[in-house]
Design a protein around this ligand. Structure first.
Ligand code: PAF
Length: 279
């Protein structure tokens, strides 16, 4: 497995693979990899000849009061993990390599970015779309793999690829959970022992939501109200949002009907966690 921080070197590797007729996958990450990322790399490994994992904590997708400086990083551990899963190349650029002086071109999107996480993180999706577009241009993958935990991000990236005619297949992979149900996230490391227990309210409420739908709940507002009521029982939890939206457009939905995304962001102490289920 190779590791490089240089765009030019990535291009050279990919050029060589292409000449050999090999297919290329990209797994974009911000590092501090866990089994959620592992499932993306494993799937990419199964479906492609070559697998590139990008590890880049993208400053552009963090707001001024967010956790850019404290975001966990451990390149050595990530390197060993990627190698064990059979990745071929890690692309780990410095911010200056991705955003040279005078950088002033952005990829932005309306409507889909104005709901859910976009409301409390106004610059986030512009940063995500810009960096993912750049990564697609650098690596030119046949397929790119993203987690369904970031369901809004996945919908936005699919939409961007469609709008801008990008020649890449976007593949979503299911949420990976801890044994007790908590969705795996690099941000789980911020939680104290007490908060870690409290954080279970997210997955428990997802289960409650699924159960209510299975039992025949038809009204989105009533579903969301019951889920919010359940979260409010946990004293350490503060709701950012719980919403039932159309899974493609992110617009609020009245009835429980497919394609439905029921998504939530909840602060546990200072840590903002997300979870969702899709119908
Ligand atoms: O999901 C993430 O880790 C990031 O938003 C991504 C897609 C790697 C872009 O920085």
């Amino acid at each position: 497995m190779q590791v490089t921080g240089q765009i030019q070197q990535v291009r050279e590797f990919v050029k060589t693979w292409r000449k050999q007729g090999q297919t290329v996958a990209l797994v974009p990450t911000m590092g501090y990899l866990h089994e959620g990322h592992g499932s993306l790399i494993t799937r990419a490994r199964q479906e492609n000849d070559k697998v590139v994992v990008s590890i880049f904590v993208n400053p552009m997708q963090f707001g001024p009061n967010e956790d850019l400086a404290s975001y966990p990083r451990d390149l050595e551990k990530d390197r060993a993990y990627c190698e064990s899963l059979g990745a071929d190349l890690i692309f780990h650029p410095e911010p200056e390599e991705m955003y040279h002086e005078g950088f002033s071109t952005y990829v932005d999107m309306s409507i889909l970015t104005e709901e859910l996480c976009g409301l409390s993180r106004p610059v986030h999706f512009r940063g995500v779309c810009t960096v993912v577009s750049k990564l697609f241009h650098i690596v030119q993958p046949d397929r790119a793999y993203f987690g369904e935990k970031d369901a809004q991000q996945l919908a936005i990236i699919r939409h961007m690829v469609d709008d801008l005619n990008m020649d890449v297949e976007v593949i979503g992979c299911p949420i990976v959970r801890e044994e007790d149900g908590l969705a795996k996230s690099s941000r789980n490391t911020y939680l104290s022992a007490e908060e870690r227990k409290a954080a279970l309210i997210l997955s428990q409420t997802i289960e409650l939501g699924k159960q209510l739908v299975a039992e025949g709940e038809k009204d989105a507002d009533s579903l969301v109200a019951k889920m919010k009521e359940n979260i409010e029982k946990e004293p350490l939890a503060r709701i950012d949002y719980v919403k039932a939206v159309n899974g493609l457009t992110m617009q609020q939905q009245k009835n429980i009907e497919s394609p439905l995304l029921v998504a939530m962001a909840v602060y546990i102490g200072k840590t903002r966690l997300i979870d969702n289920f899709i119908l």
